[in-house]
Design a protein around this ligand. Structure first.
Ligand SMILES: *Cc1c(COP(=O)(O)O)cnc(C)c1O
Length: 384
């Protein structure tokens, strides 16, 4: 990890726990993603829900990314940060009428529609507002992403997307839906996918589904293949940037792209996760019956992923240099037994006041924070 001048940061009024963002690494990551995607003229959207902080969003927008939003507030936030409405995709299984109207008024790139009832409502609201909604059907391709169950979205038991047995009904209804312009097909099978065979299976399904529509005379301006590319949580320094080259090359090779058809992706985690670390201070070392606890000043409200889906984040000490290595359970102050960042992790012997970095927390860290136990929001620091 890049060297951080902790004392200087504290002098600037930033105190632990705080999120540290390495803006150089962000830049490197964004540029690599862009360069690899540009080889095939692929369009990239950034999934805002991973991190909505202004300095990151500004840079992402400046580099030409579109936005992928999952709420009306995210759509507004993207607009406020200069993303053009013509580059904003809006997904989500539960869009409210107000959120739909907002998307219509702004004439966004696409509503990624997740059910037949939603399709009907968007059609009605578009007609009432004298608009035509650009929509992409989010299809559930029934592909197992081989990732944590809680972040799998593309299998039939999932709430996301339209199932294949509903497609006939949609094709039947389409001709009467005058408020709708069907422009794309959308897929997103899950997150933190490191097994590329899942993306291969996705491509095969996408081709089949596209053929099915073609056989009914329906063609699409674009295919949106979602996000989900994983990062290396176990070796963030060795693998700072995900393998965008292999990822985009795979889709380029396997997707049957129609003449003039645009291909879109919506990446979140792989763009912003590695540039962030949660910096926290050891409050107490507590000797338990069979283990030592390092009690730190960050809690599950600052970083929810370990408590929510047993996510692993590497932890390193930025201050202790003792060669004597001990095992600790690194835990937060919140009154919940699940407020644990890592169990039985080997660290140089810690003492009160030592500083730890919880790594790879740029994605789904700050954006998922909450104020449980009336805790304050963690501060943030951007290193350029
Ligand atoms: C969350 C989400 C993404 C981004 O997922 P990552 O795993 O962070 O790349 C893309 N598309 C949709 C529809 C999403 O909900």
């Amino acid at each position: 990890m890049r060297k951080i001048d902790f004392e200087d940061i504290e002098r600037q009024g930033i105190h632990t726990p705080f999120y540290f963002y390495d803006m150089r690494l962000l830049e490197k990551t964004l540029r690599q993603a862009r360069n690899e995607a540009d080889k095939y003229d692929f369009h990239l959207h950034y999934a805002l829900k991973a991190n909505v902080n202004t300095p990151l969003l500004k840079r992402i927008q400046e580099l030409g990314f579109g936005a992928d939003c999952v709420s009306g507030n995210e759509v507004q936030h993207a607009l406020n940060h200069g993303f053009s409405a013509s580059k904003i995709a809006f997904a989500g299984v539960g869009k409210t009428d107000n959120e739909i109207k907002q998307g219509l008024v702004n004439e966004i790139f696409s509503f990624n529609v997740e059910s037949i009832p939603e399709l009907m409502v968007i059609n009605d609201l578009a007609l009432q507002n004298n608009k035509i909604a650009r929509i992409a059907l989010r299809i559930n391709p029934n592909v197992d992403a081989n990732t944590h169950h809680y972040i799998t979205t593309g299998i039939e038991e999932s709430k996301f997307g339209i199932n294949h047995w509903e497609l006939d009904a949609i094709i039947e209804k389409l001709p009467v839906l005058k408020g709708i312009n069907l422009v794309g097909l959308h897929f997103h099978i899950g997150s933190q996918i490191t097994d590329f065979s899942a993306f291969k299976s996705l491509c095969i399904k996408v081709n089949k589904i596209q053929e099915f529509f073609s056989s009914h005379g329906i063609e699409f301006e674009h295919l949106n293949l979602g996000g989900g590319l994983g990062i290396d949580y176990h070796a963030p320094d060795q693998n700072e940037v995900s393998d965008f080259r292999t990822y985009f090359a795979l889709f380029n090779q396997l997707i049957h792209r129609k003449e003039g058809q645009e291909i879109h992706f919506e990446l979140g985690r792989s763009l912003v996760a590695q540039c962030g670390s949660l910096i926290t201070k050891v409050l107490f070392i507590k000797e338990g019956a069979a283990r030592s606890f390092a009690i730190v000043d960050a809690g599950m409200n600052d970083l929810m992923r370990p408590a929510l889906y047993q996510a692993y984040h590497q932890i390193q000490s930025l201050t202790s240099k003792v060669s004597d290595v001990r095992k600790y359970d690194v835990v937060g102050p919140i009154c919940e037994s699940t407020d644990i960042f890592l169990k039985q992790i080997a660290l140089p012997q810690l003492k009160r006041g030592d500083i730890l970095a919880i790594r790879s927390t740029g994605a789904y860290g700050q954006s998922m924070r909450n104020n449980y136990n009336m805790r304050k929001d963690a501060q943030e620091w951007y290193q350029y």
